[in-house]
Design a protein around this ligand. Structure first.
Ligand code: PLP
Length: 393
């Protein structure tokens, strides 16, 4: 063929993290390990959908089967009933987000990856270690990326860099995947101030906001000035167990503009052109997840996972091992022991405890020397993993 390809794809690092984990686990598994291998590496939920959600989706399926209530293409940006429910969800956090500022989508991953479509070539700041989508999508778009190091010195919550970058796209994720670290209001305010001062835009990923306890901010719109400098992406995946259902949203405040062009208009155009909406059935399920009863059921799911996190954190506290996360996030980001790098530590835990986690180096250079354990396993597996780790750490 003589077609030109997007040569930026050549600049992507080979995404070998989960395939390399699978390869090492399979190779070790083939050598007759003494015990079943316990997996605390997954970032996927394990509990089923809640009763309110399944009931709402069943009802919606029945409606789709009747001539009078059948629905065709959904509205591009979401049904009013779901937009209102999301708006009310923000109101509960004291954030005023209008239904016209919310764009329902099929996943925070899609939106985080697709958002580059509406921007030109800008400097990009991304914290490291990081959820890989932000970096990879910018590499695909041919954008240069500057990493902002998250490390033990800053508690994996890096402040804005001293050097001011004008007109940057800034990716922040709190609670963070992989570190589980959560910004407080002052930490986020520093980023909002930086963005306002430099004419930059924050793309804030709040996919794990439901795991926050206490007074920490659930949304960047709890921070003064954020409506003038931030987009927010959130998801039902980890709040309501929707990883296999697919529903999320992006907030673009109506006043956000650059060079006189409204960003919400560009995002609306992008979505209306390339995306045909989320199914009625799924949106009814999502609406139910945000109802009073539905949300309390979701909080039971979250509570289950967070009890797992507590058990893991308790072990690390007992051992005096440094970690972040596990309190307001389903991830625990622990320091590798015995001076091991993160892949050597992975091998050690696999061989000595038959426990699988995720090597921190897979999330960026600053992840080296750290290791991610997740709270998304079953209770039994988590207890078993903790018992085994207790013996080898
Ligand atoms: N954002 C973060 C930080 C994540 O960790 C994940 C999934 O692991 C996602 C977004 C993806 O969310 P969704 O399932 O809505 O695509």
């Amino acid at each position: 063929m003589r077609i030109k390809l997007n040569c930026n794809y050549q600049n992507l690092k080979k995404n070998y993290l989960f395939s390399e984990i699978a390869r090492r686990v399979a190779e070790y598994g083939a050598s007759n390990p003494p015990r079943r291998i316990v997996r605390l590496g997954i970032g996927d939920v394990t509990l089923p959908l809640t009763p309110s959600v399944t009931r709402a989706m069943e009802n919606a399926v029945a409606e789709m089967g009747k001539k009078e209530t059948f629905q065709g293409y959904p509205p591009s940006f979401g049904y009013d009933f779901l937009l209102s429910a999301i708006s009310a969800h923000y109101a509960a956090y004291g954030a005023d987000i209008g239904t016209d500022e919310i764009f329902v989508s099929d996943g925070a991953k899609s939106d985080a990856g697709n958002i580059t479509d509406i921007f030109g070539s800008n400097p990009v700041l991304i914290t490291d270690p990081v959820y890989p989508v932000y970096y990879d999508s910018n590499v695909m778009a041919g954008n240069g990326v500057t990493f902002v190091p998250a490390n033990r010195q800053n508690g994996f919550l890096p402040p804005p860099p001293a050097e001011k970058t004008e007109g940057a796209l800034i990716y922040l994720c709190s609670p963070n995947n992989p570190t589980g670290a959560v910004y407080d209001k002052a930490g986020l305010k520093a980023w909002v101030d930086y963005a306002l001062e430099t004419g930059s835009l924050i793309i804030f990923d709040s996919a794990y906001e439901a795991y926050i306890k206490g007074g920490l901010p659930h949304t960047i719109y709890q921070i003064e000035g954020a409506r003038d400098c931030a987009i927010e992406i959130c998801s039902f995946s980890k709040t309501a167990g929707f990883t296999g259902v697919r529903c999320s949203w992006t907030v673009v405040p109506r006043g956000l503009a650059s060079g006189g062009v409204r960003i919400a208009e560009l995002w609306a155009r992008r979505q209306a052109t390339k995306f045909n909406g989320v199914s009625y059935i799924v949106q009814r399920g999502a609406e139910a997840a945000l109802s009073e009863k539905g949300y309390s059921e979701c909080m039971e799911l979250v509570g289950y996972y967070m009890e797992n996190a507590r058990v893991i954190a308790e072990l690390l506290n007992k051992k005096g091992i440094y970690y972040t996360g596990g309190v307001c996030a389903p991830y625990i980001w622990m320091q590798c022991q015995d001076g091991l790098d993160s892949w050597s530590f992975f091998d050690k835990l696999l061989k000595e405890a038959q426990v699988v986690g995720t090597p921190g180096a897979g999330f960026g250079a600053n992840g080296e020397g750290f290791f991610r354990l997740t709270a998304f396993g079953t209770r039994e597996d988590t207890y078993e993993a903790v018992r085994r780790l207790d013996a080898v750490l």
